[in-house]
Design a protein around this ligand. Structure first.
Ligand code: MLT
Length: 251
């Protein structure tokens, strides 16, 4: 059975992966879905913003749990952290799942937008003010139209985020380097998962760059899902993860 670690998106928590963790456990795998620092139950600490610190936290978890090599997955920001871990400790990654994420660094405008959001949090704005702009980017048009309960759940998660964490994580993401080089050096199996309606935050062009960089990779395209595929089409994401992890077992 495999040891699987799944990292969540911004500005959410480990709850993002609830359905997938449960279904992988049914198959007998051991699954960890840590809250990244500042999110959910995890303390933010006082380090300077950097996704490398989140990756270090994950490596510390692996050490504490005596996990030598894992199947590592991340959705969006969780994918950025997974790629940071890949740069720092590639020997710990037996197989990689990149869901609705990208391996390029931010352009000038994206970086400026992140720093502006961080400043708004510093100035006392609440994450609740982000719901209106974030929901159409995070959720696909099918979910926005047909799944009000998912819209309500994700909106609640955004409102629950701590302003200092939102600011810290945005500065950390703004500073992240490109990861295509690390993906090119990775020669073990990888799975790219993409919600077909993820047209704003991690569009298909970004998926193609990761697919080109990776050596041993398969792509799962999920109709009806946007950026937060794990909560928009949870059964479909669970299915592709279960198949991928089972294939690693047989290899
Ligand atoms: C996420 O879903 O983790 C973030 O929206 C990613 C990002 O802002 O690049």
């Amino acid at each position: 059975m495999a040891d699987v670690v799944l990292l969540h998106a911004f500005p959410l928590t480990s709850a993002l992966w609830s359905a997938q963790a449960a279904s992988l456990r049914v198959d007998g795998h051991r699954v960890w879905t840590p809250d990244l620092r500042g999110f959910g139950a995890a303390a933010l600490g006082d380090d300077e913003p950097s996704l490398d610190r989140m990756a270090d936290d994950v490596v510390a978890l692996l050490d504490a749990e005596d996990l030598d090599r894992i199947v590592l997955g991340g959705l969006s920001m969780g994918g950025y952290v997974a790629m940071a871990l890949l740069r720092r400790a590639p020997e710990r990654v037996a197989a990689l799942v990149l869901a609705d994420t990208k391996a390029t660094a931010d352009g000038v405008d994206a970086r400026a937008g992140r720093l502006a959001m961080a400043q708004r949090m510093d100035d006392g704005e609440a994450p609740a003010s982000l719901v209106g702009i974030m929901i159409p980017a995070l959720l696909g048009e099918s979910t926005c139209r047909d799944r009000p309960e998912v819209v309500a759940t994700v909106s609640g998660w955004i409102r629950s985020a701590a302003p200092a964490t939102v600011a810290w994580a945005q500065r950390a993401m703004a500073a992240r380097p490109e990861s295509l080089t690390a993906l090119s050096a990775f020669d073990r199996p990888a799975l790219v998962v993409w919600g077909e309606e993820d047209v704003v935050l991690s569009p298909r062009t970004e998926q193609d760059l990761m697919l080109d960089a990776l050596d041993d990779v398969e792509l799962a395209v999920l109709p009806g899902a946007g950026h937060l595929s794990a909560v928009e089409t949870p059964d479909a994401v669970s299915g592709v993860l279960r198949d991928f992890v089972a294939a690693q077992e047989r290899a």
